[in-house]
Ligand binder design. Structure first.
Ligand SMILES: C[S@@+](CC[C@H](N)C(=O)[O-])C[C@H]1O[C@@H](n2cnc3c(N)ncnc32)[C@H](O)[C@@H]1O
Length: 213
């Protein structure tokens, strides 16, 4: 992505800003940024956390934070966004109808030629007997994603696969899991093995596509 300074970028499922903050720091200072998150259930405190983090930096004035569902972004005008990015959002839309609705909404808000980029963990973990395996389920594989993107009218669909994965050792593995809002029993059940063997994340894939010009 080579954003022009006049672009508006929308991050879908911004959460507590794990992508938002580092990305904003790399974008031209005049790009506008919209961070959208529904902030419900296990994630209910994440958008307030992002707002506090932005308030504590000089980045706040560049960002509109919207507490909305990405499938119906009432505050975002049609054809007003140049690029949509997300990380680990699509797995939270596990049903086909949910993903289809989100992709149609992304198409509505994008300008003609606007781009869409989503990063996700792969659905197939890499074999590593020595560390705790994170399996990504539910998840979309690239074939499924490309069909859904194409059904929503997106073109130029490409994928990028990364052959390196992150490994966390000992206590840092435990802290990383804590930061994901895990199910209540996950940490007590797996603490010992996480500390002893560490944890390897699944590999990542990224889908790139754009709305026709
Ligand atoms: C796994 S977290 C990923 C957070 C962040 N993007 C990251 O890189 O770590 C998924 C995020 O998507 C948000 N989310 C899930 N479904 C959503 C929806 N339908 N509309 C808006 N946000 C949603 C959740 O609230 C949560 O913050």
């Amino acid at each position: 992505m080579r954003p022009s300074s006049r672009w508006t970028i929308l991050e879908a499922g911004a959460g507590k800003g794990q992508l938002t903050i580092p990305l904003l720091r790399r974008l031209p200072g005049s790009t506008s940024y919209i961070a959208v998150d529904s902030s419900r259930g296990a994630y209910r405190d994440w958008l307030p956390q992002l707002t506090r983090l932005l308030d504590a930096t000089r980045l706040r004035e560049r960002v509109r934070v919207l507490n909305e569902d990405v499938r119906r972004m009432l505050s975002v005008k049609s054809q007003s966004v140049n690029a949509i990015v997300s990380n680990e959002l699509l797995c939270d839309l596990p049903r086909e109808a949910q993903l289809a609705r989100a992709f149609r909404e992304f198409s509505r808000v994008l300008v003609p030629g606007g781009i869409m980029i989503h990063g996700e963990w792969s659905s197939v973990p890499r074999k590593d007997q020595k560390s705790f395996q994170v399996t990504h389920n539910p998840s979309w594989n690239p074939d499924q994603l490309s069909i859904q993107a194409s059904n929503a009218g997106f073109v130029g669909i490409e994928f990028c696969f990364f052959d390196t994965t992150l490994k966390f050792k000992g206590e840092s593995a435990e802290r990383e899991v804590e930061s994901w809002a895990p199910a209540k029993h996950f940490l007590p059940k797996n603490k010992h093995i996480l500390r002893k063997h560490g944890m390897r994340l699944p590999p990542e894939h990224i889908i790139f596509c754009h709305k026709p010009r």
